[in-house]
Design a protein around this ligand. Structure first.
Ligand code: AVJ
Length: 330
């Protein structure tokens, strides 16, 4: 890794606070809800409850993504670690870090596992994950970083080579330009021996995709609605939850899932720091985009970000893929 300026690093033991994030949240919510059509950033899904609900989603029979990626990683991790020989692992949007152990175990058995840096917006989850991992891997230096990965991020000094993992198809939340901005930060933090490992959901039968975002138990609906509950709790808003309905659909033209909250009946919401917001019957708040890829689209996005795809590892059924990339020589 190239050297960076002072990182926003937190110890495995709290307390720590992220002062900027509340102001940022108020700004983002104001900007998103005064737009037409209205939108909220998917990063606000992940409060404690939201992170729990997402974990539940990953275990749903309809939500194939997590299982597909895990079985791919199980099959490919030894080849990846043998090629990269990483001593450090940086994980973007680490969440509960369930696939992390697979990577760390392989790094260890191939002789080098010095540092693990999980980066996530959800500080509670990050903290719990870091504490748990530290218990299981006492010899690894774990440095959690609470950060919005869309902001240019900084990293502590690491033992190289570094494997930067961005798994779970979280990249899918970003349209092309924001994705390129994010991946460019990754590319500029990488040295010649470092590698980037990306997990991405692939284009497939729209019915399969639609089922994954409209599960029969309504967990995805609860996950979607939870963002309003969070705004009620954290910003003192008064969203009437019963006035909203989960909607998710795959748009083949855009190669993406759109998640919305549809307004059942017109009402006004007050958010003290923002003001009054009118909601019309039938209008929607768009809460998430989830892009689906093919190899050439990913190669193009990586290329535009200063990264070169070295390995393309699709699942046998074509449902999901891992891609390994290096920084382009500049
Ligand atoms: C974590 C962004 C990859 O888009 O599939 C799951 C989030 N949203 N169900 C996805 C999500 C609804 C998930 N990502």
């Amino acid at each position: 890794m190239k050297k960076n300026h002072s990182p926003h690093v937190v110890g495995v033991t709290p307390p720590y606070t992220v002062h900027r994030s509340r102001q940022q949240m108020v700004r983002d919510v104001r900007d998103g809800l005064t737009k037409t059509p209205k939108e909220l950033s998917p990063k606000y899904f992940y409060d404690e409850r939201g992170s729990e609900l997402f974990e539940e989603i990953t275990q749903l029979p309809e939500y194939y993504l997590t299982r597909a990626e895990r079985s791919l990683l199980e099959r490919k991790i030894s080849e990846i670690v043998a090629a990269v020989r990483p001593c450090s692992l940086v994980e973007l949007g680490a969440g509960s870090a369930t696939k992390t152990r697979l990577i760390i175990d392989e790094m260890r058995s191939s002789g080098c596992a010095e540092c693990y840096v999980p980066i996530d917006v959800s500080k509670d989850f990050l903290e719990a994950t870091a504490v748990q991992l530290q218990r299981d891997y006492p010899d690894i230096k774990i440095t959690p970083v609470v950060s919005d990965i869309t902001e240019p991020f900084t990293l502590p000094a690491l033992a190289g080579p570094t494997l930067v993992a961005f798994l779970g198809s979280t990249i899918g939340n970003f349209p092309r330009e924001p994705a390129i901005r994010l991946l460019s930060h990754v590319a500029s933090a990488m040295g010649p021996a470092d590698r980037f490992l990306l997990g991405a959901d692939l284009r497939k039968d729209p019915e399969i995709i639609n089922r994954a975002y409209n599960d029969s138990r309504g967990v995805t609906a609860a996950f979607n609605l939870n963002v309003l509950q969070r705004l009620n709790r954290e910003l003192g808003a008064n969203f009437p939850l019963g006035a909203y309905e989960h909607k998710a659909f795959y748009s083949s033209g855009h190669h993406r899932v759109e998640m919305h909250l549809t307004v059942r009946n017109a009402h006004t919401v007050v958010i003290p720091e923002i003001g009054e917001i009118q909601f019309r019957e039938g209008e929607t708040i768009r809460t998430e985009l989830s892009y689906k890829y093919d190899r050439s689209t990913l190669e193009d996005i990586l290329g535009a970000s200063g990264l070169v795809m070295e390995k393309w590892m699709p699942a046998d059924d074509g449902s999901f893929a891992l891609a390994l990339a290096r920084a382009a020589e500049d």
